[in-house]
Design a protein around this ligand. Structure first.
Ligand code: NAD
Ligand code: MG
Length: 332
């Protein structure tokens, strides 16, 4: 609640909730043990994912998925692997929570060893993911640190490759989004941090990784529906996502000669920590995702298979592509 980046109106809304609606929010923690066994038998044809209204909630950035109500579904109890990434070595930024966690769980269950990067404040979420990777019988590597530093990005890549014994999948997924109703409220510091996290870090990490990547490797960047249909209150963020999309398409042309594929995923609204830590104004959380044709936000688990497909040689002719999952509106 003490995040200086919260706008005045948002801060008073949050503070107003602190003693009232927020305190009254007594939703029990969803029972979702980190190492719940993957159930046998067929998957449900239409999983009953949560729909709005959601409980009023707000966390100080970067937040924890494990404290969200309801807890996001990252595939902990549902994703079943079939050896599609056997023996592969993946680095995923923002692998502690949300979309990156869903990719990390799926990659491990498909047979990959996985290194995740995250911020030190996210250690509780990261520990859950590391346990899940190990429970899948794969090597789990934790490399916390701030990707706004070029020097750290270089260390991140070399350390991931050293501990994994190589690198052939890179997922640039970490991201930052702070909602501001007016351009007049976007400080230079916020603009800079958003571009450093979403664009510069992707550039630094990719630049460090390319010399290490073998033919057949796959780079996957997380773009957004905002690259095509920008939200009016996240214009700095949307600009980074447009940059990621174009960077992906250009780099794909350049690296095709080395048979390294570069693709992006463009999610619509997904139920993740990014949204309840300033990504949306707090008053929009209860109805988050309601304005899509699906009438609900996506759950990170619903994107896992897209990352697996793009990481796998099964999609060996797909490069420079952007895969959407947007609930029906604004896709690539
Ligand atoms: P999330 O908060 O669960 O994940 C974002 C992660 O980014 C954090 O867990 C954190 O580890 C990492 N991160 C942020 N700043 C960092 C820094 N300076 N150093 C190191 N790590 C840092 O939220 P998410 O929604 O899963 O976000 C993952 C990606 O998906 C982001 O790129 C986001 O822009 C994108 N995306 C999300 C949505 C959505 O609706 N949730 C929609 C489109 C795109
Ligand atoms: Mg996180």
């Amino acid at each position: 609640m003490d995040d200086p980046k919260l706008s005045k109106s948002r801060r008073s809304f949050v503070e107003g909730m602190a003693g009232g609606a927020l305190a009254a929010l007594a939703v029990p923690a969803a029972a979702q043990p980190a190492e719940a066994p993957v159930p046998a038998g067929p998957r449900p044809l239409a999983p009953g994912y949560p729909r709005p209204p959601f409980p009023v909630q707000q966390q100080t950035w970067p937040g924890l998925a494990s404290r969200m109500q309801p807890r996001p579904d990252h595939g902990e109890t549902s994703y079943k692997g079939s050896g599609r990434l056997m023996g592969r070595k993946a680095l995923i930024t923002g692998g502690d929570s949300g979309i990156g966690r869903a990719a990390a769980i799926a990659f491990a269950r498909e047979g990959a060893d996985v290194a995740i990067n995250y911020l030190p404040a996210e250690e509780p979420d990261a520990q859950e993911v590391l346990q899940l990777i190990r429970a899948a019988g794969r090597k789990a590597v934790a490399i916390p640190g701030d990707i706004k530093s070029e020097a750290f990005c270089q260390r991140l890549v070399s350390e991931a490759a050293r501990q994994l014994g190589g690198l052939d999948i890179l997922v640039n997924n970490a991201g930052r989004q702070f909602s501001c109703d007016s351009i007049l409220d976007i400080s230079t510091a916020q603009f800079d941090e958003t571009f450093k996290t979403n664009v510069y870090a992707m550039f630094w990490i990719t630049k460090a990784a390319v010399p290490l990547l073998p033919a057949g490797a796959s780079i996957i960047n997380t773009a957004s529906v905002n690259a095509y249909d920008p939200g009016e209150n996240i214009i700095d963020y949307a600009a980074t996502k447009g940059a990621i999309m174009i960077f992906t398409k250009g780099l794909a042309k350049q690296l095709a000669k080395q048979n390294i594929r570069v693709n992006a995923v463009a999610p619509g609204p997904f139920w993740t920590a990014l949204q309840v830590t300033g990504g949306q104004s707090p008053d929009k959380i209860p109805t988050f995702g309601q304005d899509t044709p699906m009438g609900r936000p996506g759950q990170p688990a619903e994107l896992a298979a897209v990352y697996v497909l793009l990481a796998s040689p099964e999609s060996s002719y797909a490069t420079g592509q952007v895969y959407g999952a947007v609930g029906g509106r604004g896709g690539p």
